[in-house]
Design a protein around this ligand. Structure first.
Ligand SMILES: Nc1ncnc2c1ncn2[C@@H]1O[C@H](COP(=O)(O)OP(=O)(O)O)[C@@H](O)[C@H]1O
Ligand SMILES: [Mg+2]
Length: 245
């Protein structure tokens, strides 16, 4: 039997504004790219509804495994407000190769990485940081309470949809490290504390942070974090009970 040719190493699809995908989705602009694929803002023909199209790089999506995992997990978590809503899947031919797309809601907002960069000094005050962490933890609590995990929490996978008295966030993307278990859930908790730590200035400012901050970050020691915050719910409870002395 002939061996299958390895999928081409596509790093960008270079789609142009106005191009029609799968005869249904008109490309409006490119939103970004990551490890698994490239993401475009598209408009659905017929309804003119805007959607986000995540187009998988073929080499990151053998036999549509990455797509299937992502779509099924988004669907399972559809009642968690922090998770973007899955709409449908589709495919189109690009330079002779079939490429797969996941269509989800278009989330208007700003990537957390960009939001943090434009803060004064590139960082949040500890108090703002706590609000950010609370929005993350209380949102992810829904995922963990369903026995699931996110698997890829970092500032390029979080969109700030509103910033006022507190933060409103949506999570993009997920990664499959294997079946959901305590270790994967623990990893999410560590990653959100890491986002918090970096958002308030990282290592450079850590020594000067108030005790309340250190009681959360625990010097980024995984065992200490795991002992106190087994899941996002535990962390949420802690944040809701803490007092600034
Ligand atoms: N709804 C969206 N709105 C704005 N930008 C988005 C949206 N979805 C994805 N992006 C951009 O595309 C990038 C890659 O999308 P993501 O779903 O994280 O895929 P990957 O698995 O390739 O990292 C994101 O980091 C972000 O910059
Ligand atoms: Mg990503």
């Amino acid at each position: 039997m002939a061996r299958k040719k390895p999928p081409p190493k596509v790093t960008t699809f270079r789609l142009q504004r106005g191009e029609l995908l799968a005869d249904k989705y008109q490309v409006l602009s490119r939103l970004g790219a990551g490890w698994e694929g490239e993401v475009y803002l598209v408009r659905e023909r017929g309804t003119r509804i805007e959607r986000t199209a995540k187009i998988f790089f073929p080499r990151r999506n053998p036999s549509d495994r990455a797509l299937r995992f992502y779509a099924r997990k988004l669907h399972k978590l559809r009642n968690c407000p922090v998770v973007i809503q899955y709409r449908t899947r589709d495919a189109f031919v690009h330079n002779g190769t079939k490429v797969s797309i996941v269509l989800s809601d278009f989330v208007e907002g700003e990537l957390l990485s960009r939001f943090l960069k434009r803060q004064r000094g590139g960082r949040l005050s500890p108090f703002q940081g706590i609000h950010l962490l609370h929005a993350l933890a209380s949102g992810i609590e829904c995922i963990h309470s369903m026995g699931e995990y996110h698997g890829d929490l970092h500032t390029d996978n979080v969109i700030v949809t509103r910033y006022g008295l507190g933060f409103e966030l949506k999570l993009l993307d997920m990664f499959q490290w294997g079946p959901p278990n305590a270790e994967n859930i623990q990893h999410d908790v560590y990653d959100m504390i890491r986002i918090f730590y970096d958002a308030i200035g990282g290592q450079q400012y850590y020594a000067r942070q108030p005790q309340e901050v250190k009681d959360i970050c625990r010097g980024l020691k995984r065992t200490l974090i795991a002992r106190d915050f087994r899941s996002a719910g535990r962390l949420t409870r802690h944040l809701e009970k803490m007092e600034w002395l």
